[in-house]
Design a protein around this ligand. Structure first.
Ligand SMILES: *[C@@H]1O[C@H](CO)[C@@H](O)[C@H](O)[C@H]1NC(C)=O
Ligand SMILES: *[C@@H]1O[C@H](CO)[C@@H](O)[C@H](O)[C@H]1NC(C)=O
Ligand SMILES: *[C@@H]1O[C@H](CO)[C@@H](O)[C@H](O)[C@H]1NC(C)=O
Ligand SMILES: *[C@@H]1O[C@H](CO)[C@@H](O)[C@H](O)[C@H]1NC(C)=O
Ligand SMILES: *[C@@H]1O[C@H](CO)[C@@H](O)[C@H](O)[C@H]1NC(C)=O
Ligand SMILES: [Zn+2]
Length: 465
């Protein structure tokens, strides 16, 4: 689709439970510096789950378990084969190299890959931790599923036509081949980002190349939302991940409600994530689970303007490869619905200037939420993720122009709200006219598909196990 997003009703009443509930320690426990010692992980004693743990010195075992998983060169070949097979809806590019020089390949899926459009972008990142390889396999299955179902399945078609989906199957190819959590320098990449509470990782040159690649990528492409895939538990984790005093407690970010909604889109579309007895609804606030510092998720929300989730998609970090098909089925609707939430929910639109009529890059804020969403530079389109079923006061601001505010009742479906702003010098007489303009063309919801059709496609469980 071009400038006007069309929206589809898919999410049928997602309700939320109480989240202030004691949680178990996160699988894939952190090993950053002094926070928690890595021995906890080695002994596998936390959380009462049995886990297979793959460490450097267990090479005999790792040879066996790695069988059936793509090696790094298999993955590279799979990415390139995908690029050839689906060349008219994809583009392959690399965002940098790992410590050992392995290219970090990305698949972009869109009807106009590589072309900037007034559409939201989403990114999936797999294999952040080298010993959590399920994500890299599922992301290749996702890419191929979308390619195979484009123009056949409405969800695949909608993703291709109204979003730009960027998939990085592995952020940590070296850790994967070493069967270890950290990269080749044995640094945990999910503790290597700048942090809001503590002064760490602030020296750009000291950061790991994989981390630098992600940060540079995020500065080039404005992602509206994203998710990284992990293993060791079954839960959708959302910001904040840390607390000021290092205590383990719920730490809500300004968009707490929206994050709970997005995490629930994932958990409720999953085969059984939402049935978790450890995490109510299959979701958790990161700091309540256990605080981490220098994580990728919070950095994305603060500095990338991007709503990122951390998804733990299997209790077993490295399950036998013959379980991957089942794991794909369990996660498929979740992975699709999370990307689709970009266009099926929230408030979207563009800012224009009343004098030139052209796009006017600026900022969108919601009254009561201390967070600013930027428009894109070229089309001045914005994509504001929000929980459905709420009344929101939306304000558009551009330096040198008068701000405008409009009240919106956001239902299940997404809404389009465009703003036309007047230069500050504009005579007072124009104010009345422009106050009206700010609502013109807004509130025009478009339901593209039949509701009945969508119900079948809704965030229900996959057909078979
Ligand atoms: C892990 O096991 C080793 C050896 O059995 C032991 O020395 C160490 O204290 C254990 N660490 C923890 C955190 O339980
Ligand atoms: C891609 O190719 C298919 C099959 O040839 C065609 O139907 C479709 O319109 C193409 N899509 C784009 C975006 O070019
Ligand atoms: C989800 O299903 C898998 C496979 O049957 C099972 O191992 C796991 O314990 C289930 N998890 C929950 C939270 O129900
Ligand atoms: C809003 O957030 C910023 C950080 O992004 C913070 O500095 C500021 O104090 C917050 N304002 C309020 C009113 O909480
Ligand atoms: C809605 O469904 C009806 C009956 O299944 C079908 O005839 C019609 O074409 C559908 N409309 C759209 C927009 O898909
Ligand atoms: Zn992990």
């Amino acid at each position: 689709m071009e400038l006007n997003l069309s929206f589809v009703f898919v999410f049928v009443s997602l309700s939320f439970f109480s989240f202030l509930h004691s949680a178990f320690a996160r699988g894939g426990l952190q090993s950053y510096h002094t926070f928690v010692s890595p021995e906890v992980l080695e002994n596998g004693t936390y959380n009462g789950h049995t886990r297979r743990l793959f460490l450097k010195d267990q090479s005999r075992r790792s040879v066996d378990v790695a069988k059936g998983y793509m090696t790094n060169s298999d993955l590279e070949a799979a990415v390139k084969a995908f690029g050839k097979r689906c060349s008219n809806i994809s583009r392959i590019y690399s965002i940098g190299r790992s410590v050992n020089g392995v290219p970090l390949w990305v698949i972009e899926i869109s009807d106009k890959p590589g072309v900037e459009e007034a559409e939201p972008a989403f990114k999936y990142i797999g294999n952040v931790h080298g010993d959590e390889p399920v994500g890299r396999e599922l992301l290749m299955l996702l890419a191929n599923w979308i390619c195979d179902n484009y123009l056949k399945d409405p969800l695949a078609t909608l993703i291709v036509e109204s979003t730009h989906l960027h998939i990085l199957p592995t952020m940590n190819p070296d850790g994967f081949s070493l069967r270890q959590r950290g990269n080749a320098n044995n640094v945990d990449l999910n503790r290597n980002f700048p942090d809001q509470f503590f002064s760490m990782n602030n020296d750009a040159f000291a950061r790991e190349p994989e981390t630098r690649a992600i940060m540079e990528w995020s500065s080039q492409i404005h992602f509206t939302a994203s998710a990284s895939l992990h293993g060791g538990a079954l839960v959708a984790n959302y910001p904040w991940d840390g607390t000021q005093d290092k205590r383990r407690e719920y730490n809500a970010c300004p968009d707490d409600e929206t994050f709970r909604f997005l995490a629930s889109v994932y958990s409720r579309s999953h085969y059984n994530m939402s049935l978790s007895s450890d995490y109510p609804g299959g979701i958790t606030n990161g700091a309540l689970w256990y605080p981490i510092y220098g994580g990728m998720q919070d950095w994305n929300y603060i500095h990338g303007g991007c709503f990122e989730l951390t998804l733990e998609i299997s209790d077993d970090k490295w399950p036998p490869a013959n379980e991957l098909t089942t794991l794909w089925k369990y996660n498929r609707m979740s992975m699709l619905n999370l990307v689709l939430s970009l266009v099926q929910t929230g408030i979207h639109g563009r800012i224009f200037s009343s004098d030139s009529g052209g796009p006017l890059p600026g900022f969108i804020t919601i009254k009561g939420i201390n967070y600013t969403v930027k428009t894109s530079r070229i089309f001045a389109d914005y994509h504001r993720m929000l929980t459905p079923g709420g009344r929101y006061k939306v304000m558009a601001t551009v330096p040198g122009y008068g701000s405008k505010t409009t009240n919106v009742w956001l239902e299940e479906a997404a809404m389009t709200v465009d703003f036309v702003l007047d230069p500050e010098a504009t005579p007072k007489g124009n104010l009345l006219r422009s106050a009206c303009e700010c609502n013109c063309g807004s509130l025009s919801r478009r339901i593209k598909y039949n509701l009945s059709k969508q119900r079948q496609l809704g965030p229900k469980r996959p057909v078979a196990l």
